[in-house]
Write a protein that binds this ligand. Structure first.
Ligand code: GSH
Length: 124
């Protein structure tokens, strides 16, 4: 039963991911210099996520709209080192989670709305 529910959730998530991919996003346009500066900053940001999670899909759409090159890390696969990292850092495997590295300081940010608000404030 649990396995069936999990399969249904993942299937539904995959459909949402596909539909979201089909719906175009209107991306923010920047000058080449501005975009390069933003790209440099986003080298220090990673999104820990599941491919078919609706919260992650919403976050990825915001990232696309903000025209950010943020690398995604798969935290779904039980063997994934990123899942282990996430668990060690936050005490849970909740996604999406944004990892922000600033020098030696690392911040792990949970909650979709908080992540999107942070990215919009920093890069809008
Ligand atoms: N309140 C959270 C909810 C996120 C959430 O429920 N994520 C699910 C995946 S869709 C999750 O992380 N499940 C795995 C877990 O909690 O270990 C948000 O808005 O980001």
């Amino acid at each position: 039963m649990k396995l069936l529910l999990k399969g249904f959730r993942n299937g539904l998530g995959a459909i949402i991911a596909f539909v979201s991919w089909l719906i175009p996003v209107s991306k923010i346009k920047r000058s080449e210099d501005q975009q390069q500066a933003v790209d440099k900053q986003t080298l220090n940001i990673e999104l820990y996520q599941f491919f078919a999670c609706p919260f992650c899909i919403k976050t990825r759409r915001a990232i696309r709209r903000l025209n950010l090159k943020i690398v995604t890390r798969d935290a779904q696969n039980r063997q994934s080192i990123y899942r282990a990292e996430l668990l060690e850092a936050t005490g849970k495997t909740q996604v999406p989670c944004l990892k922000i590295t600033s020098g030696s300081k690392v911040t792990w940010m949970l909650e979709t709305n908080e992540i999107i608000a942070y990215l919009e404030k920093r890069f809008n």
